[in-house]
Design a binder for this molecule. Sequence first.
Ligand code: FDA
Length: 401
Amino acid sequence: MIKKIVTDVLVIGGGAAGLMCALTSGYRGRQVMLVDHANRMGKKILMSGGGKCNFTNYEINFHNYLSENPHFCKSALKRYTSTDFIELVERHSIPFHEKKHGQLFCDNKSKDILDMLFTECDYAGVIRKTHVEIYGIDTCNTGYLVNCSLGIIQCESLVIASGGLSIPTMGATGFGYKIAEQIGHQIIKTRAGLVPFIFTGKEKEVFSQLSGLSLPVKLSTNNQSFSENLLFTHRGLSGPAVLQISSYWQLGDKLTVNWLASSAENDFLKHIQQNNGKSTLKNSLQETLPNRFVENYLSQSFSISKIPFQKKLAEISRKNWDVISEKLINDHLLPAGTEGYRTAEVTLGGVSTKAISSQTMESELSKGLYFIGEVVDVTGHLGGYNFQWAWSSGYAAGSVA
Ligand code: FDA
């Protein structure tokens, strides 16, 4: 005999958004059940921010989010702000610090944030269940019937908080998109975001020799730029500047790199031209850029363009200076692709915001159905913006579901 469970609210997906939604709704006196197919909830919280969870940012603005409708996120972000989340963190006496650019990290470990959310869920009376497989969803006159490994769950409100496709080994599935499509929601084409680039051929060879080296750059593509660190890897490029720009990059797009981003580039070039006439190009560059980078990457590039790397600066022709300056300030790279969902921090695209209320996250096509967090076509920059979207959208739905 199939077991029947009745609850006011069923939240599918126990990540950042699902936990916030469940506890918010529970505090309103609603009977809430939170289910996840994984063996534990909040795995991405645990692995986030290098184990210290960059849980929000002091400067949250809609400009830090990508979406077909860039204004959609405004309402939820305004109603539950980073200050609200910081207050919650402080109430639980979790020590934290600002790293840079307003990014807030735990002093100790990400688990502090997850434990805080579990504690809040417990206070709010939320029933949490892991290892729950969902087989199908139907509507009924009182809401929804969810057929799952626990039996049939009947609920008035159904919240889809199943996240995106990034890191399948952490439990990511396309479940939320399937449900949305079934109801008639449009899905904005998904792709990996905040993800390292891979290169092939000569570039891969050189980058892999530089693996582990990090330097400040300005990276641009498609009218977007980020000034941050770039990290060479065995497969290509990573680091904050690369992850940020990857969300704006499409296959076939070139990246423009300014390797002198940290050194007021034009001043640097003028300075070495005017004052260091006796020094060689190589030595002068090594004063500003890492030795390994100059020796491997620049020396190879300059030898291809026949730039006399060992020549004294005073002897370099005007024409060659133009080539040197172009290489240093306006270099072009063509990634072969990204590492994809395997290592991406987020999924771009997802359930279109067109038929979702920006106030409540409720579907306009099916009453009592909500989509929150990463499954929705709202993706943040690196720096705590994605968790803030999870908290804010979870709170918006939890306040009414
Ligand atoms: P999330 O993916 O967290 O949760 C979805 C849940 O649904 C999972 O528990 C999953 O098991 C469950 N689920 C999926 N399919 C299901 C199904 N069919 N049935 C039942 N359950 C199902 N962001 C940030 O702001 N600061 C940071 O420091 C980081 N760091 C970071 C590091 C790494 C390595 C990654 C991969 C990501 C980050 N992020 C981040 C991004 C952040 O983790 C992400 O945006 C949020 O976790 C999204 O929260 P959601 O709750 O929407 O999905």
